[in-house]
Design a protein around this ligand. Structure first.
Ligand SMILES: NC(=O)c1ccc[n+]([C@@H]2O[C@H](COP(=O)([O-])OP(=O)(O)OC[C@H]3O[C@@H](n4cnc5c(N)ncnc54)[C@H](O)[C@@H]3O)[C@@H](O)[C@H]2O)c1
Length: 450
């Protein structure tokens, strides 16, 4: 391993390659985050190579097939054909790369401790082929300190000096799958480096392909930015879920309350109640912070409390459904046939990670109800570690006769392409956790909110 002759030369050489778009860009982890980023840099004129452990994903991409909903296959096919994008499982390609963005998963273990194994294994593979002049940017959501505690120590083992021989940054990924307005291109990109030279290089890199870059002083600030954003959301959802439970008890329509409050032009931001948190970020990320804060002897009471309220929502929804069925039909859940509408964790996506619908279906089954589901995005439930018994359940198709055969319809996900009017017209009873039935006409007397 050779150290670059001159620090200034290393900086200027990489800067020149990035500015002229001659830099070879590598993206490690081609999922919801990595693939859109790879496509954006390839579209900006860079030669991008994606590295993923899953051969099947690499094969599909090389055939021009996208498996990420927000990335059209035609775009991937065109970029592969023009030689701007390729993918591999082989990390030795790192020898040829100038920049690397790491976008691998960061789940929690069952104990709610961060599972850093994906980041560690990606960093170890990169380290095998590390060379002077590399810019490495971690994008995976994680606790403050990860970039310097895990990555810097791994890469400095080669005797290279950060900010001089190589550059290291953290840049939180903010992708919001299914968002029709904000995508990778037009969502401002925060970046912080280990040294000012690293930040400058990170800023220069992102500004070649994305519309707005926001530099911050260091990697720990950048790591904390993401956790503040997601913790803010999680706590506000906890508050509005508690508000929904209160309003229900007092006979007040919480949705009307929120809409009216949202007319205040300052000092208020609407959040909406729901059947529980889902997805890869909001239910998980705040616990990275809790874990790290505990190491510093700091309690995170807001986070714990909101976590408790949000985690109880599926049970609250189930109790509400049981009461409505009992009140209106005089039967218990154990004799009821229930149709769950929507199993994805949010509208218009096929992602079921941490979806509250899966918990609700399990609770319904445990209470003896006969349950089916309908979701136009999820034809079948795959096997997951958390819900193995639901594997293989298939979405039914809906028509008026079919829907009428259920004692109740429970709306969990408000996908835009569901025919809500048909559903409400045909259903015997509806319990709506998303206020989506506000858009249908007539038949309001059989609709209940949860
Ligand atoms: N999905 C989102 O909406 C979202 C939003 C913001 C931030 N994030 C964060 O971004 C990160 C990535 O999330 P995602 O949703 O893209 O995950 P994903 O599961 O969709 O994709 C991760 C990819 O990384 C690959 N991978 C795993 N280990 C690898 C390794 N050692 N080397 C190479 N490839 C490897 C997997 O095969 C997979 O294709 C996570 O930290 C997540 O918290 C996700």
């Amino acid at each position: 391993m050779q150290v670059a002759a001159s620090t200034v030369d290393t900086f200027q050489a990489l800067k020149g390659k990035i500015e002229s778009k001659a830099a070879r860009v590598g993206i490690v982890g081609l999922g919801y985050v990595g693939l859109p980023l790879a496509v954006e840099f390839a579209k900006a004129g860079f030669h991008v190579t994606g590295i993923d452990l899953q051969q099947s994903r690499v094969d599909r991409l090389m055939k021009g097939e996208s498996y990420v909903q927000d990335v059209p296959s035609a775009e991937v096919a065109q970029l592969v054909k023009s030689g701007k994008f390729d993918a591999t499982t082989d990390f030795s390609i790192v020898r040829e790369l100038d920049t690397i963005n790491i976008c691998v998963p960061t789940p929690l273990r069952k104990t709610k401790d961060p599972d850093m194994s994906y980041i560690v294994s990606a960093a170890d593979e990169i380290a095998k082929f590390f060379h002077p002049g590399l810019l490495v940017i971690l994008e995976s959501t994680t606790y403050p300190g990860t970039t310097d505690e895990l990555l810097l120590t791994t890469f400095e083992k080669h005797g290279l000096k950060v900010g001089e021989d190589f550059f290291l940054c953290f840049s939180p990924e903010r992708v919001d799958p299914g968002n029709p307005i904000y995508q990778t291109l037009n969502t401002p990109k925060v970046v912080g480096g280990i040294t000012p030279a690293c930040t400058e290089m990170g800023k220069l890199f992102f500004s070649q392909a994305l519309q707005k870059v926001v530099p911050v002083s260091n990697t720990r600030v950048a790591e904390m930015v993401k956790l503040l954003e997601n913790t803010f959301r999680m706590i506000n959802i906890g508050l509005v879920n508690e508000m929904a439970i209160m309003c229900d008890g007092m006979g007040i329509n919480v949705w009307e309350v929120i809409d009216a409050a949202a007319t205040k032009p300052f000092g208020f931001m609407p959040f909406y109640p729901g059947p529980g948190l889902g997805g890869h970020c909001i239910p998980i990320d705040p616990f990275y912070l809790t874990w790290k804060a505990r190491e510093h002897g700091i309690n995170t009471r807001f986070i714990e409390l909101a976590g408790e309220i949000n985690a109880d929502m599926p049970k609250y929804v189930l109790d509400r459904l049981a009461n409505v069925i009992d009140q209106c039909k005089g039967i218990g859940l154990s004799n009821a046939k229930v149709l769950v509408v929507g199993v994805a964790y949010k509208k218009d996506v096929d992602d079921m990670r941490e979806s509250p619908a899966l918990v609700i279906i399990e609770l319904l089954r445990a209470r003896g109800a006969a349950v089916d589901y309908y979701d136009p995005y999820v034809p079948a439930i795959p096997k997951t570690r958390a819900h193995p018994d639901l594997a293989g359940m298939r979405s039914i198709s809906i028509d008026a006769q079919n829907v009428a055969s259920y004692d109740a319809v429970l709306i969990v996900t408000d996908h835009s392409k569901v025919d809500w009017q048909l559903l409400v017209d045909a259903a015997q009873l509806v319990v709506d956790t998303r206020n989506v039935t506000a858009r249908v006409t007539g038949a309001k007397d059989k609709i209940f909110f949860a």
